[in-house]
Design a protein around this ligand. Structure first.
Ligand SMILES: [Zn+2]
Ligand SMILES: [Zn+2]
Length: 80
């Protein structure tokens, strides 16, 4: 199941499960649209893969399969 992380790994901005601003790579590294575009040029700084818009999990599905509550932040050089 896709790990819906609650924040941007770079700037720590909140990313709700229904946010259209969330970007994610194939390893579930999660960023906000601003960081993904302006800091990383659409490439994940961890794996070099594509960052694409994270699909929204419908509210009804979130009841049974809740989003992750675990915040993850990593200091990338571009995040400074
Ligand atoms: Zn960010
Ligand atoms: Zn990645």
């Amino acid at each position: 199941m896709l790990d819906l992380r609650p924040n941007c790994e770079c700037c720590d901005r909140d990313l709700a499960p229904d946010s259209a601003e969330a970007r994610i790579c194939s390893f579930e590294c999660t960023f906000c649209a601003d960081c993904a575009t302006s800091r990383f040029g659409g490439r994940c700084p961890n794996c070099g893969g594509e960052l694409v818009r994270r699909p929204i999990r419908p509210a009804a599905a979130l009841v049974r399969s809740p989003a992750s509550a675990e915040r993850y932040v990593k200091a990338h050089p571009a995040c400074a």
